[in-house]
Design a protein around this ligand. Structure first.
Ligand code: GLA
Length: 688
C-alpha cells in the first residue's frame, strides 16, 4: 500500500533551507525522516511550472530529477503533477487572453494559481508543450509511478469563465447538441419572455443580468462547463498516455463541492484520487458519506500504480487547515482515526498534505507532518510515523480487498446543478442534506452504501434510494422502472420528476414518467418554511419510535393503485397519503412525499432492512463506526471510536487485531479515537 506525503522540494532550498554551498542539502534530511515515518511515495511538482520554465522555452527539469534521484536511493516512489494549475507570470503577460473573465465581464488577474480559461487554445497549446517537455524529461525516471493532471480542477470557483473563446466553444457545443436553431428554441423553451434566437451565436452565456436566466440554459451551461473541464483533463491524460503508456493518470478531486460531473471526470482517469479535509471537525457520517461518494465514482476499469482496486487519498490533511475563521489544532489521534476511516472505506493509497509547513507563501500555517522547525520531534510527525509502521503490517491483509455494498443512493450532477443554480420552490430544501438524512440512518446502522448515477446498472443492489431527483431524464426514469420490474426495491422522495432533462415540466403528472411505477400521482406540492410542520400518521407498515414531523415539502398524493403507508396529520391535506408503496413487476416502489427529522429515517431503515434482507456488518455500540473490506473468503472489519471517551465492546470469543497484534477476549474498552482492524472469524462474535 502506498503511504506518503505531498512534498515541495522547491520550498526547501537556500535561503529557506540548506546552505549557499549546498542549497538542496535539506532534501537529504527530509528523505531520512520520511523513511523513519514509513513513507514510500511522494507527490511533487504540481505548481512548479514557473520553475520548470522560468522563461518561455527555457526548460529546467534537473532540480526535480535530483530530488527524484534522492528518493530513488531511499526506495521512495514519485507521483508528478502536471503543473498547469499555476501558470507562470510571463505567460499571462504575453497572452493576457488566457486569463479568465468572470460573469460580470471582469478579468481575473495573474499572480495566483488557477488563473486561466480552460477554453483558451493558447493555454491548451502551452499546456501541451510543457507536458511534452516534462514527460520527455522525467517520464522514464524509475521512481515515477503516476501522473496527477493539473491540481484541483474547478477549484476556487473556476469552473466557468466567460471569455470570447468560451463563447465560441459554447456555441459550438450548442450546435452539436441541438443541430438546428428551431430545435434549440423549442427544447430550451425560449418562447418564455420571448428570448428566441435566430442564430446559435446569439445564445447568451449566463452572465450577470437583471434577473433569472432561463433555467434550461443554465443547466446546459453547467453541462458545457463540465464538458470543458473534463476535456481539458482528458487532453492531458491522453498526451501522457501517448508518451508514458504504462504510467497511470489521476487527478485530485474533492468531495463533490466543485461544479463538474465527477463521474465523467473519473472516466478519463485511471484511478481516482481525493483531497480530504477530514482533520477539521465534522460529523463522522458526513465524512463517511463523502468518502463513499468518491469511492463510487469509478467502479470498474481502475488502474492504480500497484494494481490495487481502490482510490487514493492524495491529500489527507496532516493537521489543521488554513482557511477556516479559526484554524484550531487537530486533537491527538484524530488524523490517525480519520485516515483509517478513509482506508476502511476503500482507500488503497494515502498521502499527507503536506510534508512540512512552508516558510513561504499563503499556506504557511497549514498543519504539516513536520512543523516549520523541520526537526521531526512534533506531535504530528509521531502520529504519522506510528501509522506508517501500522500500514506496513496491514498492507498484505488489505491487498485487493474492497468495500461491497448492497444499498445504493442515486446522485446526479445535473440535478444538483439545477438545485444550486436555478430558483427553487423552497430555497430551504437542500438536497445534499436530504441525502445525508438517509445516509446517516444507513451509516449509523453499519450498512454499507454505494453512490451511483441513475444511468448505471443498479441490478446488483437490493435497495436503491433516489432522493429528490427534481430533474430526471425520461431515459433515467425508464431505467429505474427496469430496476424495480426485475425485483429491486426503490425509494423515491418528494421533489422528484418535476422537470425532464430539457427542464420542461410534465403534462402527464408528477413524478414525470413514473406515476405508473409508484402507482400514484403528486397533484400539488406544498413547500413549508423552516419551523412550520405537519406530522405523519404511520399506518402500521413500520414502527414509529417518535412522532415524525413532515418538513419543508409536502406532496399531495392521489393514490392510483398504491398502498398507503402514512398520511398527513393536519391541514387541508390531512388524511391524504404521505408515504406509499407500490408493487411493480417483481419489485416495490416506495415513495416518501416529504422530509422529516433524523429519527424518521432511522425507523424507515429498520423497516427497509427487513424488507430487503439487509444485515448490519456487526453489532457494536452506536457510537462505533464499522466498515468492512473483503475479497473471496477474507473479511476485514474496521471499528472506529469517534468519541472523546472510551466505548466498551464485548468479545465473546478471542479476536485478533491487526494493528496492535493483540488478541482480545471479554470486555475491551476501545479508547477515545481508537481503531481496531479485525479479522472475520473473530469479529463475527463481537456484540454490544
Ligand atoms: C487543495 C490543493 C492544495 C492546497 C489545499 C489547501 O487541496 O490541492 O494545493 O492548496 O487545497 O486547502
Amino acid at each position: 500500500m502506498y503511504f506518503g506525503v505531498d512534498y515541495y522540494p522547491e520550498h526547501w532550498v537556500y535561503p529557506y533551507a540548506g546552505t549557499p554551498e549546498l542549497p538542496e542539502s535539506r532534501w537529504e534530511r527530509d528523505v531520512e525522516l520520511m523513511v523513519q515515518a514509513g513513507v514510500n511515495v511522494v507527490r511533487m511538482g504540481e505548481f512548479a511550472w514557473g520553475l520548470y520554465e522560468p522563461e518561455e522555452g527555457q526548460h529546467d527539469f534537473e532540480w526535480m530529477r535530483r530530488a527524484m534521484d534522492l528518493f530513488g536511493k531511499a526506495g521512495i516512489k514519485v507521483v508528478l503533477g502536471t503543473p498547469t494549475a499555476a501558470p507562470p507570470i510571463w505567460l499571462a503577460k504575453k497572452h493576457p487572453e488566457v486569463l479568465p473573465i468572470d460573469e460580470r465581464g471582469l478579468k481575473q488577474h495573474e499572480g495566483t494559481r488557477r488563473a486561466y480559461c480552460m477554453n483558451s487554445d493558447v493555454y491548451w497549446d502551452y499546456s501541451k508543450r510543457l507536458i511534452r517537455a516534462l514527460a520527455g524529461a522525467l517520464g522514464k525516471h524509475p521512481q515515477l509511478i503516476a501522473w496527477q493532471v493539473d491540481n484541483g480542477l474547478g477549484g476556487h470557483d473556476t469552473e466557468a469563465s466567460f471569455n470570447d473563446e468560451t463563447r465560441r466553444d459554447w456555441h459550438a457545443w450548442l450546435k452539436a447538441k441541438y443541430e438546428t436553431i428551431e430545435r434549440l428554441n423549442d427544447m430550451m423553451g425560449n418562447r418564455f419572455w420571448a428570448q428566441t434566437v435566430t442564430e446559435f451565436e446569439h445564445v447568451p452565456m449566463p452572465m450577470a443580468a437583471p434577473t433569472l436566466h432561463n433555467p434550461a440554459l443554465v443547466v446546459d451551461w453547467m453541462r458545457f462547463c463540465s464538458d470543458t473541464i473534463v476535456a481539458y483533463a482528458k487532453m492531458q491524460a491522453e498526451l501522457l498516455r501517448e508518451i508514458t503508456p504504462n504510467i497511470p493518470v489521476t487527478q485530485n478531486l474533492r468531495a463533490l463541492t466543485r461544479n463538474f460531473d465527477h463521474f465523467d471526470m473519473a472516466e478519463v482517469l485511471d484511478f481516482v484520487s481525493v483531497d480530504s479535509n477530514a482533520a477539521i471537525k465534522s460529523k463522522s457520517s458526513e465524512l463517511a458519506c463523502e468518502i463513499d461518494m468518491m469511492r463510487s465514482l469509478k467502479k470498474t476499469g481502475i488502474k492504480t500504480p500497484d494494481g490495487d482496486c481502490g482510490f487514493w487519498v492524495i491529500e489527507q490533511k496532516a493537521g489543521n487547515v488554513n482557511w477556516q475563521e479559526v484554524n484550531s489544532l487537530v486533537r491527538p489521534g484524530v488524523v490517525r482515526l480519520f485516515t483509517y476511516q478513509l482506508i476502511s472505506r476503500g482507500a488503497c493509497g494515502v498521502l499527507f498534505f503536506l510534508w512540512r509547513q512552508p516558510r513561504i507563501g499563503s499556506e504557511k500555517f497549514y498543519g504539516g507532518v513536520l512543523s516549520h522547525d523541520g526537526r521531526g520531534e512534533n506531535r504530528g510527525f509521531h502520529e504519522i510515523r506510528q501509522m506508517g509502521q501500522e500500514i506496513k503490517r496491514l498492507d498484505p491483509v488489505l491487498r485487493d480487498t474492497r468495500v461491497v455494498a448492497e444499498t445504493c443512493i442515486l446522485f446526479s450532477h445535473e440535478n444538483e446543478w439545477n438545485f444550486k443554480f436555478n430558483k427553487q420552490p423552497n430555497k430551504h430544501f437542500n438536497q445534499r442534506e436530504h441525502v445525508q438524512l438517509f445516509y446517516n440512518a444507513l451509516h449509523d446502522r453499519n450498512i454499507p452504501v454505494d453512490f451511483a448515477r441513475p444511468t448505471e446498472d443498479l441490478s446488483k443492489y437490493k435497495l436503491v434510494i433516489a432522493p429528490s431527483l427534481h430533474l430526471l431524464a425520461g431515459g433515467e426514469a425508464d431505467l429505474l422502472k427496469l430496476y424495480v420490474q426485475n425485483g429491486g426495491i426503490l425509494v423515491g422522495t418528494c421533489n422528484t420528476g418535476l422537470v425532464d432533462e430539457h427542464h420542461i415540466a410534465p403534462d402527464s403528472g408528477y413524478p414525470h414518467d413514473m406515476t405508473d411505477l409508484f402507482g400514484m400521482e403528486v397533484l400539488e406540492f406544498d413547500p413549508l418554511p423552516p419551523g412550520e410542520e405537519n406530522h405523519l400518521t404511520i399506518k402500521g407498515a413500520f414502527a414509529a419510535t417518535h412522532l415524525h414531523p413532515a418538513r419543508l415539502w409536502c406532496d399531495i398524493i392521489e393514490p392510483k393503485g398504491c398502498q398507503v403507508l402514512a398520511t398527513y396529520a393536519k391541514d387541508f391535506y390531512g388524511g391524504r397519503p404521505a408515504i406509499t408503496m407500490h408493487e411493480y413487476g417483481q419489485g416495490k416502489a416506495i415513495y416518501v412525499g416529504t422530509t422529516s427529522h433524523q429519527f424518521f429515517y432511522y425507523d424507515m431503515i429498520v423497516w427497509l432492512r427487513q424488507l430487503c434482507g439487509l444485515y448490519p456488518l456487526l453489532k457494536v455500540p452506536d457510537t462505533v463506526e464499522v466498515s468492512m473490506r473483503q475479497k473471496e473468503n477474507t473479511k476485514i472489519y474496521f471499528l472506529l471510536n469517534h468519541q472523546n471517551s472510551p466505548v466498551r465492546i464485548s468479545f465473546f470469543k478471542p479476536m485478533h487485531d491487526f494493528l496492535s497484534g493483540k488478541t482480545f477476549t471479554g470486555n475491551y474498552d476501545l479508547p477515545p479515537h481508537g481503531v481496531l482492524v479485525l479479522d472475520e472469524q473473530s469479529a463475527s462474535h463481537a456484540s454490544p
